[in-house]
Structures are given as C-alpha cells and as structure tokens.
Write a protein that binds this ligand. Structure first.
Ligand SMILES: [Zn+2]
Length: 62
C-alpha cells in the first residue's frame, strides 16, 4: 500500500522532545537507534509505523 508522500514530520526524542530529522508520512522504521545529540544525550529507538512515530516506552506497557 503505497501512500503518496504528502507531509513531513519531525522525529522527536521520546525522552526530552528534541527535534532530530524529518520523516515523511510514508515512512516505516524499526530497529534504528538514534542518539539524542540536541537534548538529553540518551539513545532511543526510532519506531515509525504507518507514517507515525511511536514511543517504544509507550508500546511496552508498564
Ligand atoms: Zn532527548
């Protein structure tokens, strides 16, 4: 199911909310780890499903 790329959103650090890079609403991403260089300096996994960035901590219910 290819969707046209119509919108770009900011990847945000789930820890501190710092902006990183842009992704499109057609993106899918798992298993990519980014280092928050602009904010908290913590590592986080970039998870994008169906063009929406998800917070891995939200997926693992506590
Ligand atoms: Zn951060």
């Amino acid at each position: 199911m290819d969707k046209p790329e119509v919108e770009r959103k900011w990847i945000r650090c789930p820890h501190c909310g710092a902006k990183h890079s842009l992704y499109s609403n057609a993106a899918e991403c798992h298993g990519v780890f980014l280092l928050c260089t602009r904010g908290c300096k913590q590592e986080f996994e970039l998870v994008i499903e169906d063009g929406v960035q998800l917070n891995p901590d939200d997926l693992a219910t506590s």
